[in-house]
Design a protein. Structure first.
Length: 254
């Protein structure tokens, strides 16, 4: 379903989040990031036209939420009266801190959702690094990892999440040794010619990486943080084994 990575930005307390959205080829294209109203708050987010939800959002406090589907093996029974996982972030994006977001997540009736992983990033400052946590709903319980070291990477795949663990080794070789935006972008655009179905920029008969969204959050003394989102569309490859070509970019600023 997705590949997500987070790096810190020097000593500013800022961070850069990048997410690849992998979707069925038959699914309508998502709307690019814009400032949108979710309940009582505004957040910079793309939009899924089917659910009205999103897979990544950043609010004016500099808190980002990013969602990956969970693909367990074997898969648990589907929930009764299921709800779209794209609605999880809109329900939580009014939080101003990582702790507030995880507390709010624990109050949601998660048994109506299929498994997922929620990545939460809180901006730091010149004295403190960004904080990263992730919460995994496995269909039975919520598993919280409250402190992830940066740089961090998270992966999922409709083939089964265990199938795409080679992405972690690739992340270590490209990003962990040099955690800068250029290496992060190289990782998210990477495709193995002989393994397109498990690549970071993936392609198979029924699904592909449809977009790559990068969010940069930097604190500003005495003011709201600077938030920039750059959204890349990946053109449809002519065959499932073909790596996506060069990306076109659109920009949104907060």
């Amino acid at each position: 379903m997705c590949t997500v990575s987070v790096i810190s930005l020097e000593s500013s307390g800022g961070y850069r989040l990048v997410t690849n959205r992998d979707e069925q080829r038959s699914r309508p294209e998502g709307e690019p990031p814009a400032w949108r109203r979710f309940g009582s708050v505004s957040a910079l987010a793309p939009l899924d036209p089917l659910s009205g939800g999103t897979w990544v959002a950043t609010n004016s406090a500099g808190l980002s939420l990013c969602l990956l589907n969970g693909n367990l093996e074997p898969a648990p029974p589907p929930p009764t009266r299921p709800r779209s996982r794209g609605l999880i972030i809109p329900a939580l994006i009014d939080a101003t801190t990582l702790d507030d977001a995880t507390a709010a997540l624990a109050t949601i009736h998660l048994d109506r959702f299929a498994p997922f992983r929620l990545v939460i990033i809180q901006m730091g400052d010149h004295r403190a690094a960004p904080r990263v946590a992730d919460a995994f709903w496995n269909g039975r319980g919520l598993e919280l990892t409250n402190a992830r070291a940066l740089p961090a990477c998270f992966v999922s795949s409709g083939l089964g999440d265990s199938r795409v663990t080679p992405r972690f080794q690739l992340f270590d070789s490209i990003v962990r040794s040099l955690p800068i935006p250029e290496s992060q972008d190289a990782f998210h655009r990477h495709a193995w010619p002989d393994r397109p179905e498990i690549s970071v920029c993936m392609s198979r008969a029924d699904a592909r990486t449809v977009s790559i969204t990068a969010v940069t959050v930097e604190p500003v003394a005495g003011a709201n943080p600077r938030i920039e989102s750059v959204h890349h569309l990946t053109p449809t490859a002519s065959s499932p084994a073909e790596a996506p070509p060069a990306l076109a970019a659109a920009r949104r600023f907060g």
